[in-house]
Write a protein that binds this ligand. Structure first.
Ligand code: ZN
Length: 308
């Protein structure tokens, strides 16, 4: 062995050994999709505590005292921002000086006034503001890649000894997400443009719709915190009938009652359950961010083509 490589080995080994023998970096994520992103980047070098877990609606989430406790041991806290997980601000205050990263930092934000959803004509207090931000930016895989870059940079800053490990993790992950984005576009391209119309429970798919050219309608606005009015539901039923929309879906973490009623009154069959604001448990159909897209696309494409 050359002297130079022996020297390099001698210099590299202690740092490497330290990084690998140190306990995994403790990270807290506000909801399941962010938790999965941290795991995909960090692998076995992170432990992830997710506060709003699988199938949980983060919009209306009420943190428990034990959630504040989890933040105290965290080296890094990851949140979505854009008004989605505002309860995390209170937890961070309660926990004191924990470093936090906002995953949507730098994403192009969709405003309610950008869309023609029903939500901004009615609904809850914050939707009276036509400039309110749509928080569901993870539903566009290109914006999702911005999330992943932000999280990786924060992991590297929180644990410089593992920076190389995180860099390799994020590079592989970004390549998979870019490939998945291309696959999603190819899938949507198999649906005639006039049939790219979908009804879901709430406006969780505005970014998806903008990115992939699908028109989403929902009885509920961008938050799930209040019920839609009877007039909103009646108007949506008329739209469904008039446009012959057959792609009608429940969401995994939302109350199914309104949408079931809407489908019955419109005489259409509910086509299944889309994963919107939360992943499934590990043994479900959408345990990761990538699996969520594959599952949702499978359902969406069949239903939009009228094969349901
Ligand atoms: Zn939502």
């Amino acid at each position: 062995m050359h002297r130079r490589s022996l020297l390099a080995l001698a210099l590299a080994t202690p740092a490497l050994a330290r990084a690998q023998s140190a306990p995994p970096l403790p990270v807290v994520a506000s909801f399941s999709i962010l938790g999965d992103m941290v795991r995909q980047i960090g692998g076995d070098q992170v432990t992830v505590h997710v506060i709003a877990g699988p199938d949980v609606d983060a919009h209306s989430f009420q943190p428990r005292p034990s959630d504040a406790q989890a933040l105290r041991g965290a080296a890094l806290v990851v949140r979505n921002g854009l008004g989605f997980d505002t309860w995390m601000d209170r937890l961070l205050q309660a926990a004191g000086a924990t470093s936090a990263v906002t995953a949507t930092e730098g994403v192009a934000v969709r405003r309610l006034s950008d869309g023609d959803t029903q939500g901004h004509q009615h609904g809850h207090a914050h939707e009276h503001d036509a400039d309110a931000s749509d928080p569901h930016a993870w539903q566009d895989l290109r914006r999702g890649q911005v999330y992943v870059r932000n999280i990786a940079a924060a992991l590297q800053a929180a644990d410089p000894a593992r920076a190389d490990h995180f860099r390799r993790g994020v590079e592989a992950y970004l390549q998979r997400l870019a490939a998945l984005d291309g696959w999603v576009r190819a899938q949507i391209a198999t649906v005639p443009e006039a049939r790219r119309r979908v009804v879901t429970s709430h406006d969780a798919f505005g970014y998806f719709g903008d990115a992939y050219g699908v028109h989403f309608l929902a009885p509920q606005g961008i938050s799930t915190e209040s019920e839609p009015s009877a007039a909103q539901v009646a108007r949506l039923i008329r739209t469904l009938k008039r446009e012959g929309i057959t792609a009608v879906f429940l969401e995994n973490m939302a109350n199914p009652a309104t949408l079931q009623r809407l489908a019955t009154e419109a005489g259409v069959k509910v086509q299944g359950r889309l994963y919107a604001d939360a992943l499934s448990p590990a043994d479900g159909p959408a345990p990761t961010y990538e699996a969520m897209f594959r599952h949702n696309l499978g359902l969406l494409v069949r239903a939009m083509r009228g094969e349901g």
